[in-house]
Design a protein around this ligand. Structure first.
Ligand code: ZN
Length: 688
């Protein structure tokens, strides 16, 4: 393990900044801590609000992440108040949290870490605690003491597994005090604590011990098949992606209770996952349980393992998934009821990790961040298991300890810190023609309401820029850019495959991509006419057909939104190829409404007029042509269109986006086969 400390960078930092620096160094290494795991502290003398010197401890706040730590994430607690707890024999978690609230120096601070007492009771100034993979590989074995002695000799003390809280803190301190020469403390099935007079000293000790653990595992791994060798070899990559995309919507539907919160799914067929899932020992090892209590909050105690005789056959996999998910839920409920008498308090019984030997893994979550957390933790779980199998046999928490970890009120408190969900949270929207203008505005609006976006456009460069821009504005990673020519059935199929692999399916389609060829019908080339039909009519069918198939597989309904035009109800001269094709689009949308009502899939149309801002449709050529058709100078064109509508309004992409949001969301749950105009009111274009 790499020691990242730089004297240069640490020079001259204040105590608090040094603690932030130390935290980020630890957080930068995912083999030490992941997503909210681990914590560090520093005992200092501060001046209190009345100007008196006070011995305090700066400690990481509950729920913050070490890799992105900031000064405000470290509340200070009065050490004298905390240390007076040491003489007690026990204390409930609730009493401990309440007591600590009174020890905080600055009333506005975040809640201090659940492990505050553990830090406070140790006498050294600087304390570091992580859940390092290599340490867990040693402790999560049937003979952990032997593994620890092998790696560390007598340099560390250890304590048995116990859920964090008063007793673990006191026990840890008492053990450490018995052996003042020890370099650190290992908590079985949990992690490592090191200490020192300075942040550098405790950090160095941490890296040294983790490195020794890694080297010990490496020596013991030589010549071993840690997962017992391959049982199911991976099918070819192209096959994996095809099957996974076909099965994902079914799985997503299975995991979503009727009317209940939807989940997103991400497919992962990286080499380490394929080796793990396809191994002989995967069932036994996966069912042994998660590596630490904080891991199982994200991944659950066990994954769902779905075994089939032929992973390249989607039909068999669908059936096996259906049975597997039902069985997983039943056994979760049984496990829960063994330790709890309150059925109402049971949390989501669905798996967060689904493994298919030969194919790969799905992780589930409410958004991309949640899926990334589950995915990162599970990848590390496999390497912890591999390490444990190198030095002995992998073992995990007992079922009861796992229950107490998953339903620990203090961990559940962290869940209350999550932001409330937005209207389109957990939904996936595909928007075509999303690089600019109306499509981009719609993508942005849906993303603002929490949707995950697959943005497509024929211009890859500006599409990527648009997706980056929206990702920057909302939560990074919720939008992906997929270059697409809507006239190519293969490309359309591939784009929806990507939606299924990245998010598990599709809930909303906004079919917007279009072109605007001009010319009177006696003059227009057949090539232009055909091109307009290909993009403005057939293109909509191709995307709608893929979306519809996925939505039906999911069984959760869906919304198709077609961006048509005022010309559908009120065509003008010189624009025939466009108007005829757009009329076909509108009729297509209505037939889709008729054919999909039974599946809860709605299909609606928006007729905008004269949206110039950021438009890819309104080329200079089109402006000139339309100005000629209306007998006005080009410079007056936008004003001409404004004057033409009843409200005398300029129509913006944002106006169209509001209508699209309405039709995409459950606000319009009872509306299908409908046209909404966004044109400022053009009487001859009133839908009828
Ligand atoms: Zn911990």
């Amino acid at each position: 393990m790499n020691n990242r400390w730089s004297e240069e960078e640490a020079k001259g930092l204040s105590d608090l900044d040094l603690l932030v620096y130390q935290s980020r160094l630890i957080g930068a290494d995912p083999a030490l801590v992941l997503w909210g795991g681990g914590n560090n502290s520093l005992k200092v003398t501060q001046t209190d609000f009345r100007g008196r010197a006070a011995k305090t401890m700066l400690i990481k706040g509950s729920g913050s992440d070490m890799k992105s730590a900031q000064a405000r994430d470290f509340p200070a607690v009065r050490l004298d108040d905390v240390l007076s707890l040491f003489i007690r024999s026990d204390m409930t978690d609730e009493a401990m949290v309440e007591y600590l609230e009174h020890c905080i120096m600055d009333p506005g601070s975040p809640r201090p870490s659940i492990e505050t007492l553990l830090h406070a009771f140790l006498p050294q100034a600087s304390i570091v605690h992580t859940h390092a993979d290599a340490i867990l590989s040693l402790t999560n074995t049937r003979e952990p003491q032997e593994a620890l002695r092998g790696a560390f000799g007598n340099d560390v003390v250890w304590v048995s597994y116990r859920r964090p809280g008063f007793l673990l803190s006191k026990e840890t301190a008492l053990e450490a005090l018995k052996r003042p020469g020890a370099k650190g403390m290992v908590m079985l099935n949990h992690g490592l604590v090191t200490w020192g007079p300075t942040p550098k000293a405790s950090y160095d000790a941490h890296i040294e011990l983790v490195t020794r653990a890694e080297e010990f595992i490496h020596q013991r791994a030589a010549g071993k098949l840690v997962f017992g060798g391959t049982k199911v070899p991976a099918i070819p990559r192209e096959e994996r992606q095809r099957v996974a995309a076909a099965v994902a919507p079914v799985l997503r539907g299975l995991l979503t209770p009727p009317g209940g919160p939807r989940l997103l799914l991400r497919f992962d067929d990286s080499d380490d996952i394929l080796a793990w899932a396809g191994s002989r020992a995967v069932r036994e090892l996966a069912e042994a349980g998660a590596a630490t209590p904080d891991h199982l909050l994200s991944t659950k105690r066990t994954p769902l393992l779905v075994e089939v005789s032929d992973p390249s056959y989607a039909g068999e996999l669908r059936r096996a998934m259906t049975k597997g998910v039902a069985r997983y839920r039943e056994s979760y409920a049984e496990w829960y009821s063994r330790y709890s008498h309150d059925p109402a308090a049971m949390r989501d019984p669905n798996p967060r990790v689904i493994l298919v030997p030969g194919l790969g893994m799905w992780v589930t979550g409410r958004d991309t961040r949640a899926m990334t957390v589950v995915s990162d933790i599970y990848h590390h779980t496999t390497s912890i298991v591999a390490g444990a199998q190198s030095v002995g046999e992998y073992a995990s928490l007992s079922e009861k300890d796992a229950y107490e970890a998953e339903y620990w009120p203090l961990e559940m408190y962290k869940l209350t810190l999550l932001l409330p969900e937005r209207e389109l949270a957990r939904r996936v929207a595909v928007v075509t023609g999303a690089a600019r203008g109306i499509g981009k505005a719609i993508a942005r609006r849906l993303a603002q309401e929490g949707a995950h976006l697959v943005m497509t456009d024929i211009q890859p460069q500006s599409l990527q820029e648009a997706a980056d821009e929206i990702n920057h504005e909302v939560d990074a990673g919720r939008c992906i850019a997929v270059p697409l020519d809507v006239t190519s059935p293969d490309m359309v199929h591939a784009a929806f495959r990507q939606a299924a692999l990245a998010f598990g399916g599709v809930d909303i389609l906004v079919s917007n991509a279009g072109i605007a060829p001009t010319g009177t019908l006696d003059q227009i080339s057949i090539a232009d006419w055909q091109r307009s039909l290909d993009v403005n009519a057939t293109g909509h069918l191709l995307v709608a057909r893929e979306a519809m198939r996925i939505m039906r597989e999911q069984g959760m309904g869906g919304s198709l939104v077609f961006i048509a035009t005022k010309n559908v109800t009120a065509p003008g001269r010189g624009f025939g190829a466009y108007s005829a094709a757009k009329a076909a689009e509108a009729q297509l949308a209505r037939v889709l409404a008729i054919e999909n009502g039974a599946y809860g899939i709605r299909s609606n149309i928006i007729n905008p007029d004269a949206v110039f801002q950021d438009s890819g449709l309104w080329s200079q050529e089109l402006r000139e042509e339309r100005a000629r058709a209306h007998g006005i100078p080009v410079s007056e064109l936008e004003e001409f269109y404004r004057q033409r509508n009843l409200l005398q309004a300029f129509i913006t992409p944002g106006d169209v986006a509001e209508a699209a949001l309405f039709l995409a969301s459950d606000r319009s749950a009872k509306t299908t086969g409908c046209i909404i105009t966004v044109d400022g009111g053009v009487p001859e274009a009133f839908p009828r």
